[in-house]
Design a protein around this ligand. Sequence first.
Ligand SMILES: [Zn+2]
Length: 415
Amino acid sequence: MKIEKYSFGVGDRFAHQGEAQLSAIMKAKEQGYNIVPVWNKSNREHQIIHSTPESTRAEADQAVSRLGWTDRYYVDADHINLSTVDNFLDHSDFFTLDVADYIGQPAGQSDIDSFLAEYGRYTGELKIPGLDETFQVSRSALEKITRKFLYAIQEASKIYEHIKSKKGPESFVAEVSMDEVKEAQTPAEMFFILLMISHFNIPAQTIAPKFTGRFNKGVDYVGNNSQFRKEFEQDLLVIDYAVKEFNLPENLKLSVHSGSDKFSIYPVMGELIKKYDKGIHVKTAGTTWLEEVIGLALAGGDALKMAKEIYAGAFTRQDELCGPYATVIDIDPYKLPEPSAVEKWDGEKFANALRHIPGHPEYNPNFRQLIHVGYKVAAELGTAYTDLLKKHHEIVGEQVTTNIYDRHISRLFGV
Ligand SMILES: [Zn+2]
């Protein structure tokens, strides 16, 4: 199973927006952009919502059959490891092997020694075609990289082999992710990580590195755009070289996590993948849930009341809700409106504060991020919440489609 050049990961916490999400992908296709949808959901999300991987598969299948989508689509077991993968085996055909937690743990000494003996020839000057800069890899630098990453890739191999033994080798796409770490991987690290991936025969088709800067949930990239450009270009060229040098799948491409709402760097990514004729996978998730809340606010009446109730609930439970996401949100509590003030807002004002339109005078990224992590509050409301989604599916769906197409796909692909 070989994934297409352009793929877009959509997440759907409550599994009601599959058709609205697919509509955005279909709109892109009408404009000549062939993108395949990947429905992704992590174990953490499933636990908070109390949903199962089976429901993600059912949602994807249903959206595809109802809208008559005839191209490929995938269901991603997002950020899994050996302890969480089993529940996803029957329902996923894309597996994100998350090795971030294993980075920095050293492999066994004999494994390190034999890796160094086999690949010591790569020490010296590392020249990546297309990059002006050259990199000096001393023996001790290679040893350091091996100590830092070999164990993590061994773990990726174990997860991959486990999935393969259950599903067969050609029945799924494998991604290796290491985005949830503090520091971006250097070009030399990336080169040797790819060598390790090849060494363990993991036919990875996407790889998610860490980039410098903040990839906060639901808001724009915070960082230095030219540094991002540099790293993204380096990663593209290192992958291109490694694919040939190490016999990796020729369609191996970058995967950008927490990819929703990174409006300021989409044109950079779009320009560079065009320049080098490369594919890309962009993973988004919570941005759809926020559109549900916007849709409910606009629907008015009980739906607006519930949107306000969700905010008020999140406001009083900030510590609990923000805790698990501490490294991927930046909320200034002094800029959060008091629920009593929000109580007086009409639907339009609520939607404007929440909707991600950079520069809009009423847009409030603090409000937006708090609701982003507040999906647990809606999950606890159960069918009271999802019944309103059903009742207002038209206006909610419109928000979801517009958000993915106009604000994401258009910016990324320059449609
Ligand atoms: Zn990730």
